[in-house]
Each structure stands twice: as C-alpha cells, then as structure tokens.
Design a protein around this ligand. Structure first.
Ligand code: HPA
Length: 271
C-alpha cells in the first residue's frame, strides 16, 4: 500500500508529536471525552496538514490528537468523514491511510448507533462481532492490488476476537450493559423507515449507523487488527413512539460522554 499524500501527512505529524503511536482510535459521536484523559498531548488540526480533507461543519473538530494514556501512546482521529456528506471514499479512508503511515496496526472504531435488537436499551454498548455493508460501496473498488496487499480480502473475521474479548471484559468489570452484535452501515443521511428496520432485524442486524464498516473493511485490507464499538443512542425507526431526531441522538451521545470516557480508558489499558 502506498499513499504518498498519507505518508507526507504522517511525516508532518511525527515531526510535531515526536512519538510513535501504538494504537489508533476513531471517535464517533459521544466518544470524544477520551481526548481529555490524554497526557503529553499534541493536537494537530487537519487545517495544518496539506492534503488532508478539511472538516466542513463549523465547530466540528478536525484533529489528530496524540498522547499517552495508561502507558500507551495513542493517536485519536477527532472528526471522521462520512459518505452522507458527499465525501469521496478516498476522503473517508484518509484517516486510516494516515494511521497506517504512522505505523499504527491496531485500531478501535467507535460510533453512535440505533438499536435494532429489541433487547437493546438506550445507553447500552455493542461490540461489533460482524457487519453488513449496506452502503453498497466497497472501499476497495479501484484500489490497485499488489502482492502484499491483495484486494480479495477475507471478511470472515473482521473484528479481532482477542480485542473483542478484552473489551467485553472491560465492560463486565465496569458493570456496563454490553452486547456483541451485528452492525449495519447505511449511507444516510436519512434515518431508516420502520419497514427497513423490520427487514434488517430479520437479516440478523442488531444496530444501524452511518459509519465504521467501510473503515473496518479498509483497515483489514491494510492488515490492521480492528475492534469497533457502538453506543446505542436510540431505538431504531418504528420501535419508539417518538420519531428519531438527529439532535436527540447527539444529546444522548453527549449524556453518555463521561461513562464512555471511563470505558475507553479501561479498554486502552487492557488492549
Ligand atoms: N440510524 C442510523 N444511524 C444512527 C442511528 C439510527 O437510528 N442512531 C445513531 N446513528
């Protein structure tokens, strides 16, 4: 895999941070608190990195944050790119390419998701054990295959079983309601219809969202070890008397912030 742009960005980051990260975190809604827990922090805005896609939404952080937590050097992607913004797949994948160029081979993806499984409650955690890519866009289309990086990547175990077990143990230790389930990524930006959710439930989907899967596929192509965690911020469409509102999803994810920070600290310490 060679991505000159990502290599240049990584070089600039390493010059500023002066440490090599061992673990990459991609933060979804609600998961931002972990940034406050880092020590010896170096914040590098995307705007200082030539070739890095920029965050369009004002007030939305677009930073690489490097720091230490529990004796580990981590790099945090604060501000991922989504297909629903009209981003090109290369933009969505750029953070992963930069992580790879930084030498990171272990990555944790996080998100906020709607609970499809009737047993799931708002505030629960779901560790991804598998996924369905319902964006119908494969991130490896058009990628030039090489001997080291073939594009016919096995997808039978995307989410690392050792990471999954460690995250599950962290949840149990913290007494956090936790499931292992199947996540479906949709394009968005609309939420789903109740009929779609009923169909997806029949397919074995436990939670839905608008990120993570294409990143996980790409990370596996890069031979990274991947874990992904959802915070259930709402019941999926048709499962609650109230309609789903983006503001409510954000409010709920913020409400979970302190607890998600605590959980992530524990996960990093054990991983
Ligand atoms: N659907 C899709 N994406 C989401 C949801 C949902 O219900 N909740 C949070 N992200």
């Amino acid at each position: 895999m060679q991505n000159k742009l990502a290599e240049n960005i990584a070089e600039t980051i390493l010059k500023k941070a002066k440490v090599c990260p061992q673990l990459g975190l991609v933060l979804g809604s609600g998961w931002g608190g972990i940034v406050n827990a880092l020590t010896d922090k170096c914040v590098i805005p995307y705007s200082e990195l030539s070739g890095m896609p920029q965050c369009g939404v004002k007030g939305h952080a677009g930073n690489f944050v490097i720091g230490t937590i529990g004796g580990k050097v981590v790099v945090i992607i604060q501000g991922r790119f989504h297909l629903y913004e009209g981003r090109r797949m290369e933009e969505v994948l750029m953070p992963l390419n930069v992580l790879y160029s930084l030498g990171v081979r272990n990555v944790i993806l996080t998100n906020a998701a709607g609970g499809v499984n009737e047993k799931y409650r708002v505030g629960d955690i779901m560790i991804l054990k598998d996924h369905i890519n319902f964006t119908c866009k494969n991130p490896l289309i058009g990628v030039q295959p090489s001997e080291e990086f073939p594009v016919f990547v096995d997808m039978s175990e995307v989410y690392d079983p050792v990471f999954r077990k460690k995250i599950l143990n962290a949840c149990i230790e913290l007494n956090v309601p936790c499931h292992e389930g199947v996540y479906m990524q949709l394009l968005g930006p609309t939420f789903e219809t109740p009929a779609e959710i009923r169909a997806f439930r029949n397919w074995g989907v436990d939670a839905v969202g608008m990120s993570t899967v294409v990143e996980a596929i790409y990370a596996r192509y890069l031979k990274m070890r991947v874990a992904a965690i959802s915070c259930i911020t709402n019941k999926a469409a048709g499962m609650d008397i109230n309609p789903i509102k983006h503001e409510d999803v954000l409010l709920q994810s913020e409400k979970e912030g302190v607890f998600l920070e605590k959980l992530m600290k524990k996960i990093i310490a054990t991983i």
